[in-house]
Unconditional design. Structure first.
Ligand SMILES: [Zn+2]
Length: 387
């Protein structure tokens, strides 16, 4: 996302800010600006940094162009420091304030970003770039309608801005159909709840939405903004469902680990089995997954667990890990080792659990459900028959 936005900064603002200064410095600045327009940020950065090192009073625009390089290279701290120097020299400079808003957006300070950018829109209502970042801020905050309005304005002001069209299209097509067509008509069909469903491989599991805040090495494997967008979408749909008097539930798999997890955290590995169900790290990762999800999308009413259809593991039938601790566990205990973590979090957050299976139920799962009811102190929704 950052890549595209910085590209748009160049389209939306004239390259020169018109500061008068000595010729040599202006030549070098021009050279750096040219390199930036060719996306040669490292080369431009070296020239600009050398300019700052050589002179106590470089042209103010040097700071601005250097900030652009740092933003492009995702060096947020350096970008912020450089920008602050620029803003001290020129506190009302439009481009500097825009860059500040953009920087705040990029570092997930969406409300602060809005506080900087909204006054800019009052100064220049036709500034497409500001409308766009404001739209993205709203999007990340789950205010999809405002996001849509701002993005629409950006596309009207800059009809050739492919990126704004892209985001508008994504916002509208992803949400539009469900929000405008399905949710309002649900009551006509006697529906009282809506569920998001899918197999992990098709792209739906809670692990597909959360950013793995507690697992930085794993989080680094995913594009960060994408996870935030997904979480915002889920929260927005849950709120829209409530507006239409529907409950909103998400399907999930009792045990699903995203690619890379076992390799990064080898402690969860089992003996002759991909995972060890006695591993505290594994149990904690399940718990953290639900905690992060319900904190990020607090309007979701609960989870549907498709027991024994998790795609990767079949806890009811798998022989499981052969370590000393797991070997002593019964099938029921193996299943409950995982389900107990889900129960603990859903109980803490006062969320529903719905157990669902497409198979004829074994006595194992019926025992699990009975002990679950006793444990959780509330009755999970359930579709299926105990024989
Ligand atoms: Zn084990």
């Amino acid at each position: 996302m950052g890549h595209l936005i910085v590209a748009v900064i160049f389209m939306s603002f004239p390259q020169s800010l018109g500061f008068a200064t000595d010729t040599l410095a202006q030549d070098r600045l021009r050279q750096a600006t040219q390199l930036i327009s060719e996306e040669k940020f490292e080369a431009a950065r070296q020239i600009l940094e050398a300019m700052l090192a050589a002179s106590e009073h470089p042209p103010p625009e040097t700071y601005c162009q250097l900030t652009l390089c740092y933003l492009k290279q995702t060096e947020w701290k350096k970008a912020e420091e450089t920008l602050q120097t620029f803003l001290r020299l020129s506190p009302e400079n439009f481009l500097a304030l825009y860059l500040k808003g953009y920087l705040l957006f990029s570092t997930q300070r969406y409300e602060e970003s809005l506080r900087v950018l909204e006054p800019l829109i009052e100064r220049q209502p036709g500034n497409a770039a500001s409308h766009k970042v404001i739209g993205l801020d709203h999007f990340m905050l789950g205010r999809i309608e405002q996001a849509e309005a701002e993005m629409k304005r950006a596309t009207e002001l800059a009809p050739k801005d492919a990126e704004a069209h892209y985001y508008l299209g994504r916002i509208v097509t992803t949400l539009g159909y469900i929000k405008s067509e399905i949710l309002p008509r649900a009551a006509e069909y006697g529906m009282n709840s809506i569920e998001v469903n899918g197999r992990p491989g098709d792209g739906w599991d809670i692990a597909w939405v959360i950013g793995f805040e507690k697992y930085p090495e794993l989080a680094a494997l995913f594009p960060k903004g994408e996870r935030r967008e997904r979480m915002a979408l889920v929260e927005d749909l849950a709120r829209s469902a409530h507006d239409n008097l529907l409950e909103f539930l998400v399907w999930n798999h009792e045990l699903y680990l995203p690619p890379g997890f076992v390799e990064l955290y080898p402690k969860v590995k089992g003996v002759d089995y991909p995972v060890c169900l006695s591993s505290e790290l594994l149990k904690k990762s399940i718990r953290n997954k639900y905690v992060e999800f319900f904190q990020g999308a607090p309007s979701v009413d609960g989870v549907v667990i498709s027991v024994n259809e998790s795609g990767q593991f079949s806890l009811i039938t798998d022989a499981g890990c052969k370590c000393d601790r797991c070997r002593r566990l019964s099938q029921h205990e193996r299943l409950m080792a995982v389900l107990n973590e889900v129960i603990a979090v859903t109980t803490e957050f006062k969320k529903q659990i719905v157990l669902r299976t497409f198979r004829r139920l074994s006595s194992t799962i019926c025992t699990a459900i009975q002990s679950w009811r006793r444990f959780a102190g509330h009755s999970p929704g359930f579709l299926g028959r105990c024989r």
